[in-house]
Design a protein around this ligand. Structure first.
Ligand SMILES: *Cc1c(COP(=O)(O)O)cnc(C)c1O
Length: 365
């Protein structure tokens, strides 16, 4: 395996403090509600995001799934961006398991969906032909726009529209903490307008497993029942939750503030890539670039830990040439390449990556 693995922030290994906490965690049977470490993690997450309750789940996908199951009935519809993970990357769980449809709207290069399009996407509840709109979701940070962080003002605007129509807002915050740190916010201010938020512990926060869903007590109770239904009721899960408590702690072993390092590393990488011939702007549906007239990669668009770009090379050959130099990136939709910075990738690794990219471009020219 190449030493510098930039495919995703999911490849992170737990910190030494996490491994210690996991080894020593106090445990119980969480399905009985008896695991003190899981209970502490759920309470900590709820407190940080200003919600009544939290629920520890196996993954971000399960978090989104049980949130949908808590909010929606069969035959209802969710308004979302067409590039959202919940729409295209969760094996159609919304359809197969929740029994709902998605009204998929165009994502914009800043990671938002136009609020007026959201407003117009609500169905007419008096028309028996139509599904009934039951949920609005946004994704923060927004992956396909290269990890753009959404603001509290935008979150608030979408929540007001949803609530005016009597439906809740769910935030898929797989990388919620990147959005918090990139904008210098308090989590509570970014989560405030949302009814439920899911965030991943297993991405930039470097835990081995898990996500947390937070929201009102009654909603989280329904999500807990949904989690049981899909087989996500875990027993001595505190052994996993212990890592999450370390990640969310205020102390020097916490993993939130250090995300700023990942963002600086991603920006440095993008600045160097933007000056290389053979590297052009990312080309997905949520990018500002005209696919027929691609410009250079714009490093100012790197606000968090994602760098997306295209190579004027055979992409597979370019990636193989990088791997031969101990650096791994990954193919991303729309002909793009993705590099994600994370815990374990140092500033020196970024310089190595820059040199390897130069060499891989030259070799595959
Ligand atoms: C990774 C991700 C998820 C799902 O998380 P898993 O833990 O991989 O299931 C959901 N939404 C977004 C935006 C993601 O990037």
């Amino acid at each position: 395996m190449p030493r510098i693995d930039l495919r995703s922030d999911t490849v992170t290994q737990p910190s030494p403090a996490m491994r210690r906490a996991m080894a020593g965690a106090e445990l119980g049977d969480d399905v009985f509600g008896d695991d003190p470490t899981v209970n502490a993690l759920e309470a900590r997450a709820a407190e940080l995001l200003g919600k009544e309750a939290g629920l520890f789940v196996t993954s971000g996908t399960m978090g989104n799934l049980v949130a949908q199951m808590a909010h929606l009935g069969r035959g209802q519809e969710t308004i979302a961006g067409r590039e959202h993970h919940l729409v295209i990357d969760e094996a159609a769980g919304h359809a197969v398991i929740v029994g709902t449809s998605v009204r998929a709207l165009q994502d914009r290069p800043d990671g938002t969906v136009d609020p007026s399009e959201i407003e117009a996407a609500f169905r007419d509840p008096d028309d028996p032909h139509e599904p009934i709109t039951g949920l609005v979701t946004i994704e923060n940070t927004h992956a396909h726009s290269m990890g753009q962080p959404l603001t509290p003002a935008y979150t608030n605007e979408v929540a007001e529209i949803a609530h005016r129509h009597g439906v809740p807002l769910h935030v898929d915050g797989a990388r919620f903490w990147d959005a918090v740190v990139a904008q210098g916010l308090r989590a509570i201010d970014l989560a405030g307008p949302a009814d439920t938020v899911t965030f991943c512990l297993s991405k930039g926060l470097a835990c081995p497993v898990g996500s947390v869903v937070v929201g009102r007590k009654d909603v989280i109770w329904r999500a807990r029942r949904a989690r049981k239904m899909v087989g996500g009721g875990m027993r001595q899960a505190g052994v996993l939750a212990a890592a999450g408590l370390v990640a969310l702690s205020d102390g020097p072993e916490g993993m939130i503030d250090r995300l700023a390092e990942d963002h600086a590393n991603a920006r440095r990488l993008a600045e160097a890539l933007s000056e290389m011939s053979g590297i052009i702007a990312a080309g997905g549906n949520a990018q500002p670039t005209d696919p027929d007239r691609p410009g250079p990669l714009d490093p100012a668009r790197v606000r968090t830990n994602f760098v997306l770009f295209r190579v004027e090379r055979d992409r597979a050959s370019f990636l193989a040439a990088l791997r031969a130099r101990d650096v791994q990136m990954v193919e991303y939709p729309h002909g793009q390449v993705r590099a994600v910075t994370h815990y374990g990738v140092t500033a020196a690794d970024v310089e190595t990556t820059i040199a390897a990219t130069h060499a891989a471009l030259a070799e595959t020219a």
